[in-house]
Write a protein that binds this ligand. Sequence first.
Ligand code: HMG
Ligand code: MG
Length: 315
Amino acid sequence: MDLGLPSVLADPALPARVRIHEVGARDGLQNESSLVPVEVKAEFITRLAEAGLRTVEATSFVHPKWVPQLADAEQLLPRLSGLRERYEGLRLPVLVPNERGLDRALAHGATEIAVFASATETFAQRNLNRSVDEVLEMFRPVVERATGAGVPVRGYLSMCFGDPWEGPVALEQVVTAGLRLIELGCTELSLGDTIGVATPGQVAALLDGFDRAGVPVGQLAVHFHDTYGQALANTLAALRCGVTVVDSSAGGLGGCPYAKSATGNLATEDLVWMLHGLGIETGVDLRRLAATSAWMARQLGRPSPSRAVQALTGP
Ligand code: HMG
Ligand code: MG
């Protein structure tokens, strides 16, 4: 058996294809204690595209004092300007919290953005210095202007399954906040388990909650952090509910500087191993991706936490 590839046994109950929304360069690097040089970030993103990823979240236009790791967003985007011609269908969304961020992003060539809200009040305050209502009001002109300029807006919703300060989060509270993002004009809603506490039954229940609220599953994505090792099981639960967009980060980089106990995202390699084993297409070259994450781990000076990267690239 070739241990570089999983054996394939397809499950007809699952989607034929999944779009991976790669967040390593943003969610991953925003939480690194070391500052990664902009040339290394540009090479990382290029290699992710080379490995077949077609949605690669590049950076955030947030306040540089809040997230110093991404303070080079202005320098990074122009370095990526030729990538979309080189890799057909490549999307390079960036995070934007407010109009100031939108101005910066548009001035540097962003063609897709994401806003990021919270289902809980405490995280809204900690992450964006505002209440949930104020956050959504801050986003309103951002979504309006971006949409008017032909720039699609993804909406992230954090703390969908638990909050380190508030504890468990009621399903209705999450659905209500998600609907508000969709009403603002977000074309896609990514449901975040920011601190990685969810289990598969909760995932199915939340997706059912959105279904009952009339949100088509095609508009939803899932965003799992892997703190308790549940991210892959949670993803499978989401696939069984019809979700076809999954967020993950190459090598399992990640976390969130404003949420204590948030560790890395679901590793893209672990995800791809499972998806390919289930006969689900992703377009990703797993070996090339694992080599990229091993290279990035060397840049960061510590091994990748991804089990698949460890298995595929060795010590
Ligand atoms: P604030 O301190 O309330 O800002 O922060 P303000 O609106 O009062 O403005 C203060 C100053 O900052 C002004 O300058 C603004 O111009 C400037 P002054 O007039 O004093 O000279 N400013 C900016 N400068 C550059 N870029 C900007 C910007 N905005 C204002 N965009 C703010 C509010 C939103 C700026 C701040 O809270 C912030 O940047 N927060 C970002 C936090 C963050 O990036 N968190 C991580 C991403 S979320 C995440 O990881 C979760 C996710 O992965 C999903 C999941 O896992 O659940 C998405
Ligand atoms: Mg995250």
